[in-house]
Design a protein around this ligand. Structure first.
Ligand code: ADP
Length: 874
C-alpha cells in the first residue's frame, strides 16, 4: 500500500467493497481495470494487457476500454458470468482538490441490465429471488429494464420448480444456506445457464423485507404479504439486491403484481420444450417455434406481452372469451388493423424508455423516442375508438397520450441529439433564456463582432476601425496610428503594432469574459436543463408504464388477429366442459414449414368418457407426434386467447398439459434417456388431474421391448382409470400390442395414421383413421431414409424369419430359447410370453378365433375344451 499512488489507494478501497465485481474505474476518457480484474478482462474481452509502472518493481497489471464503447464490453463480461461495478468520477478533475472523487454508481449483473443495446427486445430480463420457509416456496422477480415486479408462493415443490425453470431467469438470488440444498440442486438441473448469486440470510428476513416493500410499493398495492413469509423474504431480497446495485434510482419499480400459478394453464418446462413454444428442440432456434409463428407484433412491448400470454395461457373461459372477442373484432376490420399496426410500428419501447428515464440513464435520443411515440397515441386511440369489444374499449379508455410530456420534449429536445448529454447540443433554442444567451455567445461571435465594429465606427467616425481576437491578447479594437487622435476616452491601450494601436473598452471586456467561458457554461447549463426535464418526466413514470402496458396488449391482440387472418385460423369456442373437439386441425408450425398446402388436416375428439384415451399407432414418420402435438398446441393457443389452426374447435378447458414426447431421444443414449423418460412419466402420474391433457409419445422406447411394452401398458391402465386419474390423453406408439387395451377399457379409442402400400413401398397419407395398425413399416422408413439397398433386403429377410417364428426378438434361432446360454438379463423376460414349456399356441388360437360361439351347443363347446386340454397336456 505504501508505494501506491493516491488513485491506486482509492481503487483498492473501492475494490475491497465490491470484491465480487470487476471494477470499471473511470480515468478521463477510459474505464481502467487493474490487477486480477485486468487479467480476467483482457482475456475475456481480448484486449491488450499492459501495466502501470511497466518494468518497475511495483508494476500493476492494467487494461482499459474507451468510455463510449463500454457497453459492449460490459455485456461481454456479463455473458461470461462476471459482474461489473461502474465507478465514475464524481467531479470534474479540474475542480478537484487532490484526488478526484470516485464512486460506484451502478453494478451490472446478468439479471440487472438496463442498456437496451444489450437486451433482447422481445424478451424480459428477469432477476429472481427464491426462498423456502416452513414448507412454502416463495418467488419474486423483477425486470429492471421495464419495472415489472411479480410475486407468487406455492406449497407444491414440484410445481414451484417447474415454474421457476420455465421463466428462464437470467439471474437468481438465493439464501446462502440453501446452497447445498436439494431444492437448489433440482433447480440447477432445470435452469439452464441462469447465474445464481448466494446472499446472506438477512437479505431474506421478513422484517427487512416489509420495510423495503413499503418503501417501493404504495400502500394501495393489491398484494397482501401478510402470512406469506417465503414470498415476502424473496421480494425483500430482490428489492435490497436491486437497491444496492442500482444505487437508489428505482421509481419505476412501483407496483407489485401477485399471480397464482393455478390461475393459468400450467406448462412445465418439459412441456414448453417439447411443444417447442419458444425454441426448437433441435438446435434451440427461435425460427420454427410456435412463438415465431404467432409473433407479428410491431413493438418490443407487444412482443414481450405475447410471450407472456403464451407462457401463461388462461384457464377461466370468461377471461379467454374476452381476449378472443378483441382478436375477433380486430381481425374483421382489415383496414383498421393495417392502420393500427402501422401506427404501432412507430412506437418505441416505452417500458424500457420509461425505466431509463426513471433510473436517470436516458439520453436525448431516448427522450426524443419517447416524445415521438407519445405523439402517435392520439391516432391510435382514434383508430380503435369505434370498436366495441370490452377489452379494446378499456384499452382505449386507458391510453394516455401525455401531451404535457410530449410537448415538453417537443420544445426542449433538438431533432438529432448526440448520444452524450454532457457535451451540449441537446436542448433546443428558445427553451431557456440563459442557455440562448450562451448559445448565441458561442455561435454568434462573428455577428456580434461585426455589429460592434459597425457601432464603434459610427460612434468614433473611424472608418478603418476593426474588432478582432487573438489567442495571446484576447479581444481588441484596432485603429491605425493615423487615426489614434480620434480614439475616444473609454478605450484603453493594450498593444502597439508598427502601424496600429490595439485597445479594449468595458463592453468588449465584458464580452470577452462571457465568451471565453461560454462553451463550458453552455455544456453545464444544457446538462442541468436536461436532467431537470428528465426528472420531470420521471415523475410521470406510472402514466408511461400504464400506457405502455395497454399498448402492449393492443399490439399482442393485433398480432393474433393478423396471424389468424394470414393463416386462416378459426375462433375456438371455449367452455368448462370435458370435450376437446377439433375439426380439420393443423399443426401451426409444421404447416408453415410446408406452405404449399401440403399439410393434411385431421380431426380430434377427446372427452372424459368414451374418448378419453386415444392410442395412435402408425409407422415411424407417419405423423403421430405431429398429430398429438397439434392437439396440445391448439388447446394452448385457444386458452391464450388466440384463434387456432382448424376449421372448427371446441375446447373444454385444460388445467395443465403434460408431455412425454421423445425429446430426450436425441439428448443422450441408453439408460439415461430411459431415466429421463421415466422421471417424466412419474411426474405425470403424480401431478396430473382429471382436467389435464396428457401427451405420451413412444413411452417405453428407451428400454427393451417387453420392459417398455409392460410399462406402457401399466401406465395406460393407470391414466385411463377414472379412480386413479382419468385425464384426457393422446398416446402415440409403435407398440401395436397396445391397441388391445381397447378390448377391456371403455375410454380407449384406437386411431392410426393411414398409409398406402404400393408394392413393397409405403406412402404416408397423413390422415387419421379409426382403428389400430399392426405393421410398423420400419424397413420402408429405413429405405426412405436412404439406408443401403443390401441392408434393406437383409432386413426384410430377418423380419421374415422373425415373423415365421424362426428367430426370436434378438435374432437367435427359436430352438435356443431357455437354454443355459440365454439365462439372465432382459432376454429372460421373453419367457413370460412364450417359453419352452409352452407348446406352440398359434394353431389353437386360430381355431379359437374361428369359432362361431353363438351357434354352438354347450355340449359342442365342452367337447372343444376337452380336445384343447388334451393338446396342452400332451
Ligand atoms: P411420427 O411421430 O409418426 O414418427 P412425425 O409426426 O414426426 O411422425 O411426422 C413426420 C413428418 O411428417 C413430419 O416432419 C412432418 O413434416 C410430416 N407430417 C406430419 N404430419 C403431417 C400432416 N398432417 N400433413 C403433412 N405432413 C405431415
Amino acid at each position: 500500500m505504501k508505494n501506491l499512488t493516491p488513485a491506486m489507494r482509492q481503487y483498492l478501497e473501492i475494490k475491497e467493497a465490491h470484491r465480487d465485481c470487476i471494477i470499471f474505474f473511470r480515468m478521463g476518457d477510459f474505464y481502467e481495470m487493474f490487477f486480477e480484474d485486468a487479467e480476467i478482462a483482457s482475456r475475456v474481452l481480448e484486449i491488450t494487457l499492459t501495466s502501470r509502472n511497466k518494468g518497475k518493481e511495483n508494476a500493476i497489471p492494467l487494461c482499459g476500454v474507451p468510455w463510449h464503447a463500454a457497453s459492449a464490453y460490459i455485456s461481454k463480461l456479463i455473458e461470461n458470468g462476471h459482474k461489473v461495478a461502474i465507478c465514475e468520477q464524481m467531479e470534474d478533475p479540474k475542480d478537484a482538490k487532490g484526488i478526484v472523487k470516485r464512486e460506484v454508481v451502478r453494478i451490472v449483473t446478468p439479471g440487472l441490465v438496463v442498456d437496451s443495446d444489450n437486451l433482447s427486445a422481445k424478451e424480459n430480463n428477469f432477476l429472481a429471488g427464491i426462498s423456502a420457509l416452513d414448507g412454502s416456496f416463495g418467488l419474486a422477480f423483477v425486470d429492471i429494464s421495464t419495472g415489472e415486479f411479480r410475486v407468487t408462493e406455492s406449497d407444491d415443490r414440484e410445481a414451484f420448480l417447474d415454474e421457476i425453470a420455465g421463466l428462464e431467469f437470467r439471474e437468481v438470488v438465493v439464501r446462502e444456506d440453501l446452497k447445498e440444498s436439494d431444492l437448489m440442486e433440482a433447480f440447477a438441473i432445470r435452469s439452464g445457464d441462469c447465474s445464481i448469486s448466494f446472499l446472506p440470510s438477512d437479505y431474506f428476513s421478513v422484517e427487512g423485507a416489509s420495510d423495503l416493500i413499503d418503501e417501493f410499493f404504495s400502500e394501495k398495492r393489491e398484494v397482501d404479504f401478510d402470512g406469506h413469509p417465503a414470498m415476502t423474504g424473496a421480494a425483500g431480497a430482490v428489492l435490497r439486491y436491486v437497491k444496492e446495485t442500482q444505487k437508489d434510482r428505482l421509481n419505476h419499480i412501483n407496483d407489485v403484481l401477485w399471480y397464482d400459478i393455478t390461475n393459468y394453464l400450467v406448462l412445465d418446462d418439459t412441456a414448453k420444450k417439447n411443444l417447442e413454444l419458444f425454441a426448437t428442440i433441435q438446435g434451440g432456434r427461435k425460427r420454427g417455434s410456435l412463438f415465431h409463428v404467432l409473433d407479428e407484433t410491431t413493438t418490443a412491448m407487444g412482443g414481450r406481452k405475447l410471450r407472456w400470454w403464451l407462457n401463461y395461457p388462461l384457464v377461466d373461459p370468461d377471461r379467454i372469451r374476452i381476449r378472443l372477442a378483441a382478436v375477433s373484432e380486430i381481425k374483421e376490420e382489415h383496414l383498421l388493423r393495417e392502420n393500427l399496426r402501422a401506427s404501432l410500428a412507430g412506437i418505441y419501447d416505452l417500458e424500457r424508455l420509461g425505466s431509463r428515464v426513471s433510473m436517470g440513464v436516458a439520453n436525448g435520443r431516448d427522450l426524443l423516442a419517447l416524445g415521438r411515440s407519445l405523439r402517435l397515441i392520439p391516432a391510435i386511440k382514434d383508430t380503435i375508438s369505434e370498436l366495441e369489444s370490452s377489452l379494446i374499449s378499456s384499452i382505449c379508455g386507458e391510453l394516455d397520450d401525455m401531451p404535457d410530456v410530449a410537448d415538453l420534449i417537443g420544445v426542449a429536445i433538438v431533432d438529432d441529439p448526440p448520444v452524450t448529454i454532457r457535451d451540449g447540443y441537446v436542448i433546443k433554442k428558445g427553451y431557456d433564456d440563459e442557455l440562448d444567451k450562451l448559445i448565441s455567445l458561442c455561435t454568434d461571435g462573428k455577428k456580434w463582432i461585426a455589429a460592434m465594429e459597425g457601432r464603434e465606427r459610427k460612434r468614433t467616425g473611424i472608418g478603418g476601425l476593426k474588432v478582432g481576437f487573438n489567442n495571446v491578447f484576447g479581444y481588441y479594437i484596432e485603429v491605425t496610428k493615423a487615426n489614434s487622435d480620434m480614439v475616444p476616452e473609454d478605450y484603453v491601450r493594450k498593444q502597439t503594432l508598427v502601424n496600429a494601436e490595439r485597445y479594449i473598452n468595458q463592453e468588449l471586456k465584458e464580452y470577452e469574459v462571457l465568451v471565453l467561458g461560454a462553451e463550458e457554461r453552455r455544456k453545464k447549463r444544457e446538462y442541468e436543463l436536461f436532467v431537470d426535464i428528465r426528472e420531470r418526466i420521471a415523475r410521470e413514470i406510472m402514466r408511461i408504464q400504464r400506457t405502455a402496458s395497454r399498448l402492449a396488449d393492443l399490439d399482442a391482440i393485433a398480432s393474433l388477429a393478423e396471424v389468424a387472418e394470414m393463416y386462416n385460423y378459426c375462433c375456438p369456442r371455449v367452455n368448462d366442459e370435458d370435450m376437446i373437439k377439433i375439426k380439420g386441425g393443423r399443426h401451426p408450425v409444421v404447416e408453415r414449414m410446408n406452405p404449399n398446402g401440403g399439410f393434411v388436416p385431421n380431426d380430434t375428439l377427446l372427452d372424459r368418457s368414451g374418448n378419453r384415451f386415444l392410442i395412435i399407432t402408425g409407422p415411424n414418420m407417419a405423423g403421430k407426434s405431429t398429430y398429438i402435438r397439434q392437439t396440445a398446441v391448439i388447446v394452448l393457443m385457444a386458452q391464450m386467447g388466440s384463434f387456432v389452426p382448424a376449421d372448427e374447435a371446441e375446447i373444454g378447458i385444460v388445467d395443465r398439459i403434460f408431455t412425454r414426447v421423445g425429446a430426450g431421444d436425441s439428448l443422450s443414449g441408453g439408460q439415461s434417456t430411459f431415466m429421463v423418460e421415466m422421471t417424466e412419466v412419474a411426474g405425470i402420474l403424480k401431478n396430473a388431474s382429471l382436467r389435464s391433457l396428457i401427451l405420451l409419445d413412444e413411452v417405453g422406447r428407451g428400454t427393451s421391448t417387453f420392459d417398455g411394452l409392460s410399462i406402457a401398458w401399466a401406465v395406460s391402465e393407470h391414466i385411463h382409470d377414472p379412480d386413479k386419474l382419468g385425464a384426457r390423453t393422446l398416446f402415440a406408439t409403435h407398440y401395436h400390442e397396445l391397441t388391445d387395451l381397447a378390448r377391456t377399457m371403455d375410454g380407449v379409442r384406437n386411431l392410426s395414421i393411414a398409409v398406402k402400400e404400393w408394392g413393397d413401398r409405403v406412402i404416408f397419407l397423413r390422415t387419421i383413421v379409426e382403428g389400430g395398425t399392426n405393421r410398423s413399416y420400419g424397413i420402408e422408413v429405413a429405405r426412405l431414409a436412404g439406408v443401403h439397398e443390401d441392408v434393406i433386403s437383409r432386413a426384410r429377410e430377418v423380419l421374415g424369419n422373425l415373423e415365421k417364428g424362426e428367430l426370436d426378438e434378438i435374432g437367435m434361432p427359436r430352438i435356443a430359447r431357455g437354454k443355459p446360454s440365454r439365462k439372465g438379463g432382459n432376454v429372460g423376460q421373453l419367457d413370460l410370453f412364450a417359453g419352452e414349456e409352452n407348446p406352440d399356441m398359434s394353431g389353437l388360437i386360430n381355431e379359437l378365433k374361428g369359432l362361431d360361439v353363438l351357434n354352438m351347443t354347450p355340449m359342442e363347446a365342452l367337447g372343444k375344451i376337452s380336445e384343447w386340454q388334451k393338446m396342452v397336456k400332451d
